[in-house]
Write a protein that binds this ligand. Structure first.
Ligand SMILES: N[C@@H](CCC(=O)N[C@@H](CS)C(=O)NCC(=O)O)C(=O)O
Length: 212
């Protein structure tokens, strides 16, 4: 039984929860982090010295950093489609997984901070202009990369789709001027047909409004 420490409305927890459910793994999630149990206790800091969510415990294995958790789950429990065993086949997908969780997610979260985390009276519209200017070319890159898809690995759904796709709920639900990108919006439609995506990546972030 895998234990997940982290609140449902954290995008990093969503990445992990989506993967666990996509793989059909037995698990228990415990509410930790902002507004829930503290991540500053000695017990928690031993699991993650950063005091952030998520953390997973799987038997003797304890991991933090959601991208590392995703790779562990793929290597440990994934099919060859989800996590190709051949490094030469996996590496091009891992490139996009790294980019998706790092570069792309960071750019979406800058818009998220403006639209959700900052209270309206502390928002400087220049922050949104700057964040949008960084995000739009990245979204265009992802749109090009996906093409007709349906997935990043063509017909096979993989860990890379989780790393790139987990943040698209925020990308599409935040209040900002999105460019028209046909491949990306069809990809998001396909993701929403996956029950594990709907249940674990499309989580309300209303509780986080004005929390900075
Ligand atoms: N790079 C880390 C980021 C972890 C992180 O910043 N988590 C945020 C939520 S997305 C957090 O712990 N926030 C403070 C809290 O919830 O107490 C990962 O991907 O796991």
């Amino acid at each position: 039984m895998i234990k997940v420490f982290g609140r449902r409305n954290s995008s990093s927890v969503q990445l992990v929860m989506w993967a666990i459910n996509e793989l059909g793994l037995e698990h228990e999630r415990l509410d930790y982090g902002h507004g829930h149990a503290s991540t500053r206790t000695d017990h928690y800091l031993k699991m993650n010295p950063m005091g952030r969510v998520p953390v997973i415990v799987d038997g003797e294995v304890c991991i933090f950093e959601s991208a590392a958790i995703l790779r562990y789950l793929g290597a440990m429990y994934g099919s060859d489609a989800f996590w190709p065993a051949d490094p030469a086949r996996r590496a091009p997908l891992d490139t996009w997984a790294e980019w998706g969780k790092g570069t792309f997610t960071e750019a979406v979260l800058a818009v998220f901070v403006y639209d959700v985390r900052l209270s309206p009276d502390t928002r400087d519209p220049q922050i949104l202009r700057d964040a949008s200017a960084k995000l739009i070319p990245l979204a265009e890159m992802l749109d090009q990369r996906i093409g007709k898809g349906p997935w990043l690995d063509g017909n096979l759904f993989s860990f890379a789709d989780i790393a790139c796709g987990h943040i698209l709920h925020r990308y599409y639900s935040l209040d900002w001027q999105r460019p028209e990108l046909a491949n990306l919006s069809k990809y998001y439609e396909r993701l929403q047909k996956r029950p594990a995506y709907r249940d674990h990546a499309m989580v309300s972030y209303e509780e986080l409004r004005g929390s900075y």
